[in-house]
Design a protein. Structure first.
Length: 139
């Protein structure tokens, strides 16, 4: 999946502009990198296109820890919403849109490995395969 395809898919799912989708994607991937192990974040980043991979690889200046932080979905959404230029009213559905699109962009095994590090409530915001989304062939 190319960068533009990823952002367009998030924009369509979240019903936002592509600029908003890019901002929401960046914030969601950076927060995900805080929440999962550094090795798993790197594994996901390896499968993402240029422009998206760095959000999982390069820690924001305020992040110094190398281990995953433990927090639930509500805290995850709050942290995404705390990023500049994020509309708090759409953050929850937008996080679901980014995670659903991430599932389509990476291998099934890598996505499941990342999801296994998250509370079960994260699965509830990800669209089921075939529910308006596109699953990669062979994934």
């Amino acid at each position: 999946m190319e960068y533009e395809d990823f952002i367009n898919a998030v924009a369509t799912r979240a019903k936002v502009s592509t600029n908003q989708a890019a901002t929401l994607t960046r914030a969601t991937l950076e927060t995900l990198a805080d929440r999962i192990s550094a090795g798993q974040a790197e594994d996901l980043a390896y499968q993402l296109p240029d422009g998206l991979d760095d959000h999982l690889r390069k820690p924001p200046p305020h992040r110094r820890e190398e281990h995953a932080k433990s927090f639930g979905f509500d805290e995850f959404v709050r942290r995404v919403a705390d990023h500049p230029a994020i509309d708090r009213t759409i953050t929850g559905p937008a996080v679901g849109a980014v995670l659903t699109t991430l599932r389509e962009a990476v291998s099934r095994d890598e996505f499941e490995d990342a999801l296994a590090q998250l509370p079960k409530e994260f699965r509830q915001v990800i669209e089921p395969v075939g529910a308006g989304g596109r699953q990669r062939p062979g994934s």
